[in-house]
Design a binder for this molecule. Structure first.
Ligand code: NAD
Length: 451
């Protein structure tokens, strides 16, 4: 059985690969289990050196990997370069972790208690197609730094950079069996990893629907689970904001990666008194967005990932949809969809409530601060969001009131290697990136020493 990998900008076949199934998942877990003892025993400075060497090798292959990611995921080459830069930075950041795996000493009667952070064992990493190697690196780097061995199952639509990564890791000196990639469907290879008794933890990024299934499946063997799931984030624009700046930044915050971004600020909430001025400025910036060939340096938005994804996105924009702004998109082959802004919309509209995962935004007016917070929180999700205002106290009040894991004020940027990332509510649990991610790849052990 083969796995046919397409290039979404041309609909041409990019690669034909063996399709991994249940037996391949079992074999990968067996390799990871066999490699665990020796990998956890590698001394902290040596493990740190190996992670730095891996970062060096990824840096050397940066351009090649960026082009592969741009072609396979249909993302603009400039974005792919930035993402691959983050992959390298993520390995460098967590290369410091082995030597900082600190424990506590706790005074207790009759002796001393101390804590150790132990690796968990074999960790399954299950990742989506929107930021393939980037999201994998957020899991790989802390998992390996903590001394675990891993089985990575990339999304079947975008497995190419993960397979390259497996080769690069070996070349960089990571011992055989420590990093294993299984390129196969979620329903077979993925589901097997979730139920496998020798997998100690599943770190998952993907849809909330599949996340629910993974949490339920992992419960059978009490696996540790972290979930990074969907979002429907609010971009709250107050009338006292720099409206030009907010409108200029809004398109990339929802149409970046063709809207296939869990952090997409796809609900733009605008204070009613500023609505007309904001919409005028927004129209200008949406129409200026360059949509086209991902390998063209000037491109800002590429195609959607697949024909199926385009069908799903199109279902949110039926012929009678209230389209206020529509950008451009190429004709011909490729899964293109123009950036689209819907307004006015009702709070119960599907486009307002569901994660669209495509270049479709809704604009919803609000009356005052209290209504802005209520609207922002009126969702099952809680991943990301933005607040635009010149009033610092209001910005902080709203930031504390919005139920979401990552927020930005007068900016739409909130994902950084050094800061925690993850969701509230049905956007998941656990945190990636930043100093705390390693905690999710270790167990705390307490040892009491009688004196
Ligand atoms: P998906 O949930 O369909 O698939 C994600 C991964 O899970 C894939 O590798 C898939 O093969 C696998 N999978 C599917 N069914 C499985 C099963 N039963 N058992 C085990 N594995 C299974 O998601 P997608 O369509 O690839 O990605 C889009 C979704 O991911 C969106 O909802 C988006 O918001 C979310 N996402 C979240 C984040 C975040 O960090 N919170 C980041 C990116 C994407």
């Amino acid at each position: 059985m083969t796995l046919t990998v397409l290039e979404p900008a041309t609909e041409r076949v990019l690669a034909e690969l063996p399709r991994a199934g249940v037996e391949d998942a079992d074999a990968a877990v067996a390799r990871a289990k066999a490699a665990f003892g020796a990998w956890r025993a590698v001394s902290p400075p040596d493990r740190a050196r190996l992670l730095h060497r891996l970062a060096d090798s990824l840096q050397l292959r940066h351009e090649e990997l960026a082009v592969l990611e741009a072609r396979n995921a249909g993302k603009p080459i400039a974005d792919a370069r930035g993402e691959l830069g983050m992959v390298v930075d993520t390995f460098r950041y967590y290369a410091a972790a082995p030597e900082r795996a600190l424990g506590d000493t706790i005074p207790v009667p009759g002796g001393i208690a101390m804590t150790f952070r132990e690796p968990i064992g074999v960790v399954a990493l299950i990742t989506p197609w929107n930021f393939p190697l980037t999201i994998a690196s957020w899991k790989l780097a802390p998992a390996l730094a903590a001394g675990n061995t891993v089985v990575l199952k990339p999304a079947e639509l975008t497995p190419l950079t993960a397979l390259e990564f497996e080769r690069i890791a070996l070349e960089a000196g990571i011992p055989e069996g420590v990093v294993n990639v299984v390129a196969g469907p979620g329903s077979t290879a993925g589901a097997r990893l979730v139920e496998h008794p020798d997998v100690a933890k599943v770190a998952f990024t993907g849809s909330t629907e599949v996340g629910r299934r993974i949490a339920a499946g992992a419960a059978q063997t009490i696996k540790r689970v972290t979930l990074e799931l969907g979002g429907k984030s609010a971009n709250v624009v107050f009338a006292d904001a720099d409206l030009q700046a907010a409108a200029a930044a809004a398109p990339s915050a929802v149409f970046g990666n063709a809207g296939q971004d869990c952090c997409a600020r796809s609900r733009i909430l605008v204070e009613r008194s500023a609505l007309d001025a904001f919409m005028e400025a927004l129209e200008e910036s949406v129409e200026a967005l360059r949509v086209g060939d991902p390998l063209d340096e000037a491109t800002q938005m590429g195609p959607l990932i697949s024909a199926g994804q385009r069908e799903t996105v199109a279902s949110f924009v039926p012929p009678d949809a209230p389209v206020a702004i529509r950008g451009s998109a190429p004709d011909g082959p490729g899964y293109w969809f123009p950036p689209t802004v819907l307004c006015p919309v009702e709070p119960d509209d599907r486009a307002v409530r569901e994660e669209i995962f495509g270049p479709v935004a809704v604009v919803v007016p609000f009356r005052d601060e209290a209504e802005a917070v209520a609207l922002a929180n009126d969702t099952i999700y809680g991943l990301s969001g933005s607040i635009w205002t010149r009033d610092g106290a209001k910005a902080l009040r709203v930031a504390r009131a919005v139920e979401t894991g990552v927020l930005s004020i007068n900016s739409n940027s909130s994902v950084r290697v050094a800061t925690p990332f993850g969701g509230f509510k049905q956007s998941g649990y656990g945190r990636e990136l930043g100093p705390h991610a390693v905690d999710h790849y270790t167990e705390v052990k307490t040892v009491y020493y009688a004196t």
